[in-house]
Design a protein around this ligand. Structure first.
Ligand SMILES: NC(=O)c1ccc[n+]([C@@H]2O[C@H](COP(=O)([O-])OP(=O)(O)OC[C@H]3O[C@@H](n4cnc5c(N)ncnc54)[C@H](OP(=O)(O)O)[C@@H]3O)[C@@H](O)[C@H]2O)c1
Length: 188
């Protein structure tokens, strides 16, 4: 890489949603889908992850920080003083805004991919800079209070698994994995 080049990082977003766009209810996820949690781990492990404070708090204490990933938490209310932040969000890097989250990701181990892992407010802020979305679509319409962003025509589905229909989880929930990528803009 030319030393004058700005360091770059590929920004991806990852979420699971119902057919109605719901991703969360009452500070947690409205379904139990261990298969998807494994999928999430496989994709994000060894990459920095950026999340909002509520998503951080949605993980049970014994499961945070998410292991083998630099956990970056965006918050205006968690104190920025290093020592206090460490007590408030042990094991996480706390940043005051989304862009600082991306900067922190760039500084963590020089990895080339950061995953934005929610929630709704953080996905909205990442939408313009993200180039890939890994979305698990769940064949249900759960009640909820938090929604995934809409993927407009600037996004194209480039992968779906299975190619047709759904996978049925051990607990009977149907789902499929989709990859969406930002379509190149050739107008320039
Ligand atoms: N299904 C999925 O894949 C999935 C994934 C992730 C989350 N979820 C669900 O989504 C829900 C949480 O999402 P949410 O949208 O309510 O909350 P969130 O995005 O996780 O967190 C919101 C918080 O992030 C901080 N924040 C956001 N933008 C900021 C900015 N520009 N500058 C500084 N701080 C900022 C603020 O924290 P402060 O209030 O501390 O300032 C804000 O209150 C939960 O139900 C969770 O289970 C689902």
């Amino acid at each position: 890489m030319n030393p004058d080049d700005e360091p770059t990082i590929r920004v991806g977003m990852i979420w699971a949603q119902g057919l109605n766009g719901v991703i969360g209810r009452d500070g947690t996820m409205p379904w139990h889908l261990p298969e998807d949690l494994r999928h999430f781990r496989e994709l994000t492990v060894n990459h920095p992850v950026v999340m909002g404070r509520r998503t951080w708090e949605s993980f049970p204490e014994q499961f945070r920080p998410l292991p083998d990933r630099t956990n970056i938490v965006v918050s205006r209310t968690l104190t920025m003083d290093d020592e206090i932040a460490t007590q408030q969000a042990p094991g996480a890097v706390v940043v005051p805004d989304f862009q600082s989250g991306l900067n922190a990701a760039l500084e963590s181990d020089g990895l080339d991919q950061v995953w934005v892992i929610g929630g709704s407010s953080i996905y909205e802020q990442a939408l313009d800079v993200a180039t890939v979305v890994e979305r698990t679509l769940i064949n249900a319409e759960p009640e909820g209070d938090t929604y995934a962003p809409e993927l407009d025509e600037s996004w194209q589905r480039t992968r779906v698994e299975p190619a047709e229909g759904w996978v049925r989880s051990r607990e009977g929930l149907e789902y499929r994995y989709e990859r969406w990528e930002r379509v190149e803009n050739n107008d320039d």
